[in-house]
Design a binder for this molecule. Structure first.
Ligand code: DON
Length: 597
């Protein structure tokens, strides 16, 4: 690790502590009275029970494609690949071949956890300040259009996983996606509404604010109804250009995307549209096998994803901090639990900002950051009677600021192999730009770099060095596919979308299952919170946003705000005793499904 002067125990010495007229007992075990109400207010799903294999994913046709791969004799890796490819067609806002992501997988035969990093990379022509004007203001093209795109990684990642551990022929895994693209599939109300919103033209069109599908002609033609009337649930979305692209990929593998006809179409669009991705960028892209992040939590083995994702290290650190407490005695909604979890999140995200980036560019002392000693050091500054102001933990000046979309799927097969796969275009519909002639959306993942070097502010903008732009570098991700083993066997497969909320959503699912012993459906449904160091504010799902939660947290010095929902954690829980698999689609989205046998 690079030398650093940051020592939490020293920093806390100059924390400004304001004493109020109550003591630490205020933060005590006041179990939140609306517990049962919260659960029943939700469209709660019963976990579905399976004996052999299961796929849980955001979109039902794609979950069925994965289940069919299992039925055809495929394993959990095949099922995850078939589901991910199908979602590139049936869940266009996040499913993708033009984005990137991560896999954590358990291989039963070798009793090994492996991970794949297929995160996008910055094009070779990128520069540190490429999205800034002379006054450090972000330029409009940093969030939409071809210039916002990193070099996609999804197909190289799926191909690598398939080559190493898949068992069905590649073409068989692509076929359900081709079928849905060519023949069409019935869209849900959610897809109809999001497409209508994205396709509604702005008046007058503001050229500096091109940020909808409507702003890009190839996107309009890929996602509009033939008669241009608004979409409604049940309409069939047919994507002929995407079908042709997937046909080539079925025939020639990922090479078509990175060096064949699809590469040609991408590069042509970049040249015409002012994007940066070249033939060389595509040809030199590599998906990588990496070491998993491992920690223990109260008898469970937690396996997560390492850099270039931040999820594994952040979650390991938060669990290492939290395992010193008997959270169960207080309950998941007690003020003291919410306070302690927030303080762990604050320190997890501080660590993320200070040290994490692309491991091929930054030297990261992973073993130190996930050690129990580092967690002990971080925990020393936690005060049960008072929120730690985030600015007090920063080892540099924080500037006072003036002023979702990804998807996760989980699979397991009869032999006990399992896959946690999260992948993304970054925003919903990514850069909004479909590659003309190829029918798929490009990501806008470049926005995950720290865009303004040196500027870390109270609004949550991070300017630390490990994640500034460099040619060929992977932008830091919050994705957190996670597998928990108990006594050497898969117990939980989980993960979520949600940008920086991802590690915290995943943390709550893990705590609800492993610490609070909630049943699987309740563990996924239970309200979640989020704190990311900056902004120094706890985000709380509305189901938990009540005076008897908010007021005591405010008295501890926290600022609290409500959000409707946080995350989308499609989870599998295996009963340790019986081996029964429970598939839990997150009830926050009605289109999710558990499919299996
Ligand atoms: O990789 C990341 O951390 C982000 N690009 C993920 C974006 C995301 O989850 C948005 N979706 N809700």
């Amino acid at each position: 690790m690079r030398n650093h002067r940051f020592r939490p125990s020293v920093l806390i010495a100059f924390s400004v502590i304001v004493f109020f007229s109550y003591s630490s007992t205020i933060a005590g075990a006041q179990t939140f009275r609306r517990d049962t109400e919260d659960q029943t207010n939700r469209r709660d799903t019963e976990a579905q029970t399976f004996r052999r294999g299961v796929v849980v994913a955001r979109e039902a046709n794609a979950a069925d494609a994965g289940r069919d791969a299992l039925r055809a004799g495929g394993n959990a890796i095949d099922a995850a690949i078939a589901t991910a490819l199908a979602m590139a067609v049936t869940h266009p806002e996040a499913g993708n071949i033009g984005g990137g992501g991560f896999i954590v997988a358990y291989i039963a035969k070798s009793k090994q956890v492996i991970t794949y990093d297929f995160r996008e990379t910055a094009p070779l022509a990128s520069t540190e300040r490429m999205y800034l004007d002379a006054n450090d203001r972000p330029l409009p093209h940093h969030r939409a259009g071809p210039r916002a795109a990193g070099v996609p990684g999804t197909l190289r990642g799926l191909e690598l996983a398939h080559r190493e551990y898949g068992s069905l022929p590649w073409r068989k895994l692509v076929e359900p996606a081709i079928r849905s693209a060519r023949e069409g599939f019935a869209i849900t109300d959610h897809v109809a509404k999001t497409l209508n919103r994205e396709l509604a033209a702005k008046t007058p069109v503001d050229r500096t604010q091109m940020n909808k599908l409507a702003d890009f002609p190839a996107s309009v033609s890929a996602f509009s109804k033939r008669d241009r009337s608004p979409w409604k649930a049940g309409d069939s979305l047919v994507q002929p250009e995407l079908a042709a692209t997937l046909e080539r990929i079925a025939d020639r593998g990922a090479d078509d995307f990175y060096a064949g006809e699809t590469a040609r179409l991408i590069v042509r669009y970049m040249e015409e549209g002012g994007g940066l991705i070249t033939r060389q960028d595509l040809a030199s892209y590599r998906a990588k096998r990496r070491e998993p992040i491992h920690t223990t939590f109260k008898g469970f083995d937690i396996y997560g994803i390492g850099p270039s994702a931040s999820g594994g290290i952040t979650i390991a650190l938060m669990l290492n901090i939290l395992e010193r407490y008997d959270l169960k005695a207080d309950g998941p909604r007690s003020i003291r639990t919410l306070h302690r979890v927030t303080e762990a999140m604050r320190r997890g995200f501080l660590t993320r900002a200070l040290y994490l980036g692309d491991p091929d560019f930054e030297s990261i002392d992973v073993n130190k950051l996930i050690s129990k000693e580092y967690a002990n050091e971080m925990a020393k500054s936690i005060d049960d009677g008072r929120a730690t102001p985030s600015a007090n933990l920063a080892p540099f000046r924080v500037i006072l600021a003036e002023g979702e979309h990804t998807t996760h799927l989980s699979t397991i097969d009869a032999a006990g192999n399992a896959v946690a796969l999260t992948y993304t275009l970054e925003d919903s519909f990514g850069s909004r730009a479909v590659v003309p002639g190829a029918g798929f959306l490009l990501n806008n993942e470049m926005g995950d770099f720290n865009l303004i070097p040196g500027r870390t502010d109270t609004a949550g903008r991070i300017g630390t060095k490990p994640n500034v732009i460099a040619p060929g570098k992977r932008m830091l991700s919050s994705q957190s596919p996670t597998i928990v083993l108990k006594d050497g066997r898969v117990h939980v497969v989980t993960g979520s979308p949600g940008g920086r909320t991802i590690p915290n959503t995943t943390l709550w699912v893990l705590l609800n299952l492993l610490e609070f012993d909630l049943d699987p459906a309740a563990a996924v449904a239970a309200p979640r919170t989020h704190h990311a160091w900056f902004p120094d504010i706890i985000q709380v799902e509305r189901a938990l946003f009540h005076d008897d939660v908010v007021k005591p947290l405010e008295r501890l010095g926290h600022r609290v705000k409500a959000v409707d929902i946080q995350g989308d954690a499609h989870t599998i829980v295996v009963d340790e005793r019986t081996g029964v698999r429970r598939g839990v689609p997150d009830p926050r989205h009605e289109t999710a499904k558990a499919a299996g046998d």
